[in-house]
Design a protein around this ligand. Structure first.
Ligand SMILES: [Zn+2]
Length: 77
């Protein structure tokens, strides 16, 4: 009977330890995309106002655009 109690205590301790670790892992996974999103510099299109990451944006003579079509549209006007 004593051994059974010890076994139950050990199992509960392992279960608590494992659930704490799972929580830490899921928290770090949740934090990562947030940090990446903050690091990406968003730029608004001068024609439609759509926000794009700076590395994907089309840079024209008059400003920055989400696509070639909007750059042409702004530069022809
Ligand atoms: Zn646009």
């Amino acid at each position: 009977m004593k051994y059974l109690l010890v076994l139950v205590v050990v199992m509960v301790a392992i279960w608590i330890w494992r659930s704490n670790r799972a929580e830490e892992r899921s928290e770090s996974r949740r934090d990562r995309p947030r940090r990446e999103a903050a690091a990406v510099d968003m730029v608004g299109c001068d024609v439609c106002g759509l926000h794009c990451p700076r590395q994907d944006v089309i840079v024209g003579r008059r400003g920055m655009y989400c696509c070639d079509q909007h750059r042409n549209q702004a530069e022809q006007a």
